[in-house]
Design a protein around this ligand. Structure first.
Ligand code: AMP
Length: 194
């Protein structure tokens, strides 16, 4: 992996552990020569991880939509900022730049980006590893929901298993490096079962 997208909160969270882990991950990415691609903000743990990569002289590429570009939000001290016209274009641009995705704790924006990446993987449009850094068990309920979706027949186990989960960023990146995409996409399956 040369470039990874990190989706994470534009908030900082109540417990300091979320920002602490984001910072450690940022340092690790720089050490491993993996560039960070992210939403381009300087706020919340988005800002924390970008600062951490820059601190270790790593590469940070922000991709921000025009409407969020104003001073209070956009990071001004990163390697490169790409400005897109719309939120939806931002996601497309990020996906073109990266070899994998990691989600850290966040809110609607983070979940939206994570599930879009999973959907692209499920449809076989992309074959990139996707991981969750489950700091403090933050995603435990989200993962339980995925199991409900499998149990109730709305999500295939093979697609559920695309998602890597660990509370250790070293382990997570190791697993992501070994990723092999499922051979059959949901689209192919749907067509084949008709
Ligand atoms: P949230 O998880 O709702 O805080 O949203 C964070 C995610 O959505 C990030 O990964 C960003 O890509 C995007 N995002 C949301 N708010 C902002 C913002 N103010 N500046 C830049 N990106 C944002």
């Amino acid at each position: 992996m040369k470039r990874v997208a990190v989706f994470c909160g534009s908030s900082i969270g109540f417990a300091p552990v979320y920002a602490d882990e984001a910072k450690k991950l940022g340092h690790f990415l720089a050490e491993q020569n993996i560039s960070l691609v992210y939403g381009g903000g300087k706020i919340g743990i988005m800002g924390t991880i970008a600062d951490a990569v820059m601190e270790m002289r790593g590469e940070v590429i922000g991709v921000i939509p025009d409407l969020l570009k104003h001073e209070e939000v956009a990071h001004t001290k990163i390697t490169k900022m790409v400005v897109t016209r719309k939120m939806s274009k931002r996601k497309v641009k990020i996906s073109k730049l990266v070899d994998g995705y990691i989600a850290l704790a966040g809110g609607f924006g983070t979940l939206d980006e994570l599930f879009e990446a999973l959907t692209l993987g499920q449809l076989g449009i992309e074959a990139k590893p996707i991981g969750i850094l489950n700091t403090n068990g933050y995603f435990d309920y989200t993962l339980k929901q995925l199991d409900v979706m499998v149990k109730e027949g709305f999500l295939k186990q093979i697609n559920r298993d695309m998602l890597f989960v660990s509370d250790s960023f070293e382990k997570l990146i190791q697993m992501m490096r070994r990723y092999e995409a499922p051979k059959v996409s949901k689209v192919v399956n749907t067509v084949a079962s008709k």
